[in-house]
Ligand binder design. Structure first.
Ligand code: UD1
Length: 396
């Protein structure tokens, strides 16, 4: 029986921590030939390469080098270039993760060529079509053959949209696999000392952590000004570190909002919104783990903070990850300054809550995914011993 051929697509920063555990599990499993394709949607060292290095993701077999552009242009360009890869290599499965433009582009190409599409992180819905990710999620799920879901809400959403039950699998969360694997390693990061938050290993002083990059928050001058001014008020009491996404940095300069940011003086963090360059995975994980409070518009950080037990205020009107609110530390506070400051005051006055991990967020999602792929597509190859030469421990 021939090996199962899987082509995985990654494109943007949040894809990398999702694919890492899957690639490692594939390396530990016999009977799979794997090719990793990078669309090039994110291309900077800080937005892409550093994640491959820190997470030991093998160099992509193919880089489509698409780069930045409008949504239509970027999606179309990934499609054109990825089609050639699929036609040439003929995978049995194309695996896509998350909800970025590269995810949808690869799924569309595979589906039209009659190749099985597996979507990891399927079923999440914000019910807000103004988010490009929501469109990517709905369309990707509509053409996927195997839908790997992180939380119960995902199953309900897919069933309501008419997806057959036997295509849907609750497997847990690969982003949490990655966190579980790296949390201890991240403790060795120098970031707390570099920012003057910790000396001689004693407990880090209190600080907040901010991330912002959603077009709805950063592409409108008034909205972005209001958010920064609110966080600046909060930052009068403790420093709020802000690793700035390239999109947000561009807008802050364009809208003349730089005055809301404090100067980053290494070793002397005291107050204000302290801008930082985009951080690598381990530095950011360490900074999240020790934060007193996280403020974000990211999807993944709502999940990560849930497992870390760090209070998270989500600066959006909705979430596609309701389990983080029902069971985790997440609160949806929107963009109303009063609401944000009131929620922050409450959280800062309270004890850190005990962590209650959502169902199957246990660090083993990638194992489940790979097992299901084999069960469905090559049952005869299940439990075949891994040849010594392809074992991951021989490679790293
Ligand atoms: C994309 C994803 C979003 C994800 C985010 C994480 C879509 C629709 N959006 O948004 O879901 O949460 O990635 O970062 O796919 N840029 C650089 N260097 C890079 C990449 C981008 O400077 O390596 C700049 C460019 O100016 C670019 C801008 O960032 O125009 C936005 O990049 P883009 O990939 O279009 O979308 P993101 O906002 O990053």
């Amino acid at each position: 029986m021939s090996n199962l051929r899987i082509a995985s697509m990654v494109g943007a920063r949040p894809n990398f921590m999702k694919i890492a555990p899957i690639v490692h599990e594939i390396q530990r499993t016999a009977g799979i030939d794997h090719r990793l394709v990078h669309s090039g949607q994110h291309y900077d060292q800080q937005m892409s390469e550093s994640f491959f290095e820190e997470l030991h993701i093998p160099k992509p077999d193919v880089n489509l080098e698409v780069g930045s552009g409008s949504h239509a242009w970027q999606t179309a360009e990934v499609m054109k270039r990825f089609e050639a890869v699929v036609l040439e290599w003929k995978p049995d499965v194309v695996m896509v993760v998350g909800d970025v433009n590269s995810t949808l582009a690869a799924a569309l190409v595979a589906s039209k060529l009659g190749v099985t599409v597996a979507h990891v992180e399927a079923g999440l819905r914000s019910f807000d079509r103004s988010m490009p990710e929501e469109i990517n999620r709905k369309l990707t799920d509509a053409i996927s053959d195997l839908l790997f879901v992180t939380e119960q809400s995902g199953i309900q959403n897919l069933l309501k949209e008419g997806v057959e039950q036997d295509k849907i699998f609750l497997v847990g969360n690969v982003m949490i696999d990655c966190l579980v694997e790296h949390r201890k390693i991240a403790e060795k990061s120098e970031i707390l000392r570099r920012l003057g938050l910790q000396k001689d290993g004693v407990k880090a002083s209190a600080y907040g952590l901010l991330t912002l990059h959603r077009p709805s928050n950063v592409d409108d001058a008034a909205v972005l000004r209001d958010i920064l001014s609110t966080i600046a008020t909060l930052a009068e009491k403790m420093p709020v570190f802000f690793p700035v996404h390239p999109r947000s940095l561009e807008r802050i300069h364009q809208f003349g909002l730089g005055s809301y940011l404090a100067e980053e003086k290494s070793g002397a963090a005291s107050r204000g919104i302290v801008p930082l360059p985009p951080l690598g995975y381990l530095d950011f994980l360490c900074l999240m783990d020790h934060a007193r409070l996280i403020l974000t518009d990211s999807g993944g950080i709502q999940e990560e903070s849930t497992i870390l037990g760090v209070p998270c205020l989500t600066l959006r009107e909705n979430t596609e990850r309701p389990v983080t609110v029902e069971q985790g530390t997440n609160q949806i506070v929107g963009r109303d300054p009063k609401k944000i400051l009131a929620a922050a005051a409450l959280v800062l006055g309270a004890e850190r809550r005990a962590v209650k991990a959502p169902e199957l967020w246990d660090g083993h999602a990638a194992e489940r995914i790979v097992k299901i792929l084999l069960e469905r597509l090559r049952p005869g190859l299940l439990n075949k011993p891994v040849p010594e030469s392809s074992r991951i421990d021989n490679k790293s």
